[in-house]
Write a protein that binds this ligand. Structure first.
Ligand code: NAD
Length: 277
């Protein structure tokens, strides 16, 4: 697409490094490679623990010796270690960070201000992705540090755009709420899919058919909201006919406090995120 072409152009000649060759780094690398907007030979990482080196090497990613070399050789450095390791790695690479470097953190709960204190660097972007990024249907939000430029914003937008949708200008105050919604949200829907499948089995369906139908139904409902642009309430009304089957089910959902339960789930995760950061 035109968007992919523009993304490819904006990242041309760039070196992208990952500190932390984990699951999230892998998802991003796979997405970038699949979309063709950045070749794996422009990507580098190091593995402190050799177990993941082979995986990244087999994708065509260059493996360097250590975190310091990643920074020295990259233009954009994604910090993709667990939150409790971020301080350690930033202090480690601080001596080799230069003004032209752009640091991107995906560590949940670590604020821009904290990153800036640890790295001594203001050219930062904080991103909150989610797990469906692994299958190119991620939801990522971004917020810019003090010295990040518009160009930095576009480049990082292109990188996360390769693994799903990106919201480029989300206020940092919203990050706990984002964690509660899109960060933890896939798990709520996994539960919903499992429960709908159980309902199908209770109604007499074979297990594998029930699970496949539940999965496709959730996928289809999300696609309908996205592609029609209609309000979900309107879509719900349009499938609930008088004294029909759907309204009978909706009545049960309302009786069970379905909406309140989902709202509370988002708030509980957001509160927990606030406590942890
Ligand atoms: P992960 O454990 O799979 O990856 C972390 C990697 O860092 C591991 O491979 C580990 O070997 C490596 N590592 C540990 N210490 C290191 C060091 N000192 N130097 C270099 N590498 C080191 O974790 P993940 O799921 O990929 O998550 C990474 C970050 O992404 C976390 O901060 C998490 O909060 C954030 N995040 C993840 C998700 C998600 O859905 N997985 C969503 C949003 C944000």
């Amino acid at each position: 697409t035109e968007e992919q072409m523009a993304a490819k152009l904006s990242l041309q000649g760039l070196k992208l490094g990952f500190i932390g060759a984990g699951n999230m780094a892998e998802s991003i690398v796979r997405g970038l490679t699949k979309s063709g907007i950045l070749s794996p030979s422009s990507i580098l990482t190091a593995s402190i623990f050799d177990d993941r080196v082979d995986l990244f090497r087999s994708m065509g990613v260059e493996i360097v010796k250590n975190n310091t070399q990643i920074v020295e050789r990259s233009d954009i450095v994604v910090v993709s270690v667990k939150p409790q390791i971020v301080k350690e790695v930033l202090l480690e690479v601080k001596p080799v960070i230069r003004p032209n470097h752009l640091l991107v953190s995906i560590a949940s709960g670590i604020k821009l201000k904290t990153m800036q204190d640890w790295s001594g660097h203001g050219r930062l972007i904080r991103v909150m992705p989610n797990t469906p990024s692994a299958v190119s249907h991620g939801a990522s939000v971004m917020c810019l540090g003090e010295e990040a430029t518009d160009d930095d914003r576009e480049k990082v937008g292109s990188i996360f755009g390769a693994i799903g949708k990106v919201w480029k200008d989300v206020k940092e105050e919203c990050f706990d709420g984002v964690t509660g919604l899109s960060g933890s949200g896939p798990a709520y829907i996994f539960l919903a899919i499992e429960a709908m499948a159980d309902g199908g089995v209770a109604a007499g369906l074979p297990r594998d058919l029930a699970l496949s139908l539940a999965t496709q139904t959730v996928y289809g409902a999300a696609a309908m909201v996205r592609e029609t642009g209609k309000h979900p309430g309107e879509l719900k009304d349009s499938v609930a006919s008088p004294s029909g089957t759907t309204i009978a089910a909706i009545r049960e959902l309302e009786r069970g406090g379905f909406r309140g339960v989902l709202m509370n789930a988002v708030i509980a995760s957001a509160n927990r995120s606030r406590d942890l950061s």
